[in-house]
Design a protein around this ligand. Structure first.
Ligand code: S3P
Length: 171
């Protein structure tokens, strides 16, 4: 798979963006960038700290700046945070940045995969299932509107997802 554009992974928390992104990049011998990790490295603090001190809007500003920067890279695999599609400017930049893949999962899977999570401040704000269902209702249409491909991650392992992405992104 030579001379492909960036492959950009979008989707909700617990969809497997980081795991699948790392495997996909290794398979294609490409660099992998994870927007959340880049933000944390740049800031020298973790995401809960950023939310605590700067609020969600402070985090979103950092996220928009990072997306802007990452979309200028070439031939990479890039994973974005689950809320990256909330801002119209981000959706536009993501679409300009390459082939966009929506990693779809169900709320049931998200509940399992985020059960012991303390690093996602948005899940500490009340009943996790309610929070995830509300996020799904708001964000699923935004992921679909931004993506070139929708790939399910809830019924199979990451290797099978990676193979599917490689096969379908080549078309
Ligand atoms: C968020 C998802 C997180 C992280 C932040 C906010 C969201 O990324 O960016 O906690 O709004 O859904 P992951 O999707 O990688 O967990």
């Amino acid at each position: 798979m030579q001379d492909v554009p960036n492959l950009i992974l979008i989707g909700p928390m617990g969809a497997g963006k980081s795991t699948i992104g790392r495997l996909l990049a290794a398979e294609l011998s490409r660099e992998f960038y994870d927007s959340d990790h880049e933000i944390q490295d740049r800031c020298g603090a973790d995401i809960p700290w950023i939310f605590d001190v700067e609020g969600e809007s402070g985090f979103r500003d950092r996220e928009s700046a990072m997306i802007d920067e990452l979309m200028d890279r070439e031939q990479c695999v890039i994973a974005t945070g689950g809320g990256a599609v909330l801002r119209e400017q981000n959706r536009k930049r993501i679409r300009e940045g390459g082939t966009v893949i929506y990693l779809f999962t169900t709320v049931e899977q998200q509940l399992k995969r985020t059960a012991k999570d303390r690093n996602r401040p948005l899940l500490q704000r009340g009943d996790r299932e309610r929070l995830l269902r509300d996020m799904f209702a708001l964000r699923d249409p935004l992921y679909r509107a931004t993506a070139d491909l929708v790939v399910r991650t809830d019924r199979r392992g990451p290797r099978s997802v990676v193979n599917d992405i490689i096969r379908r992104a080549q078309r």
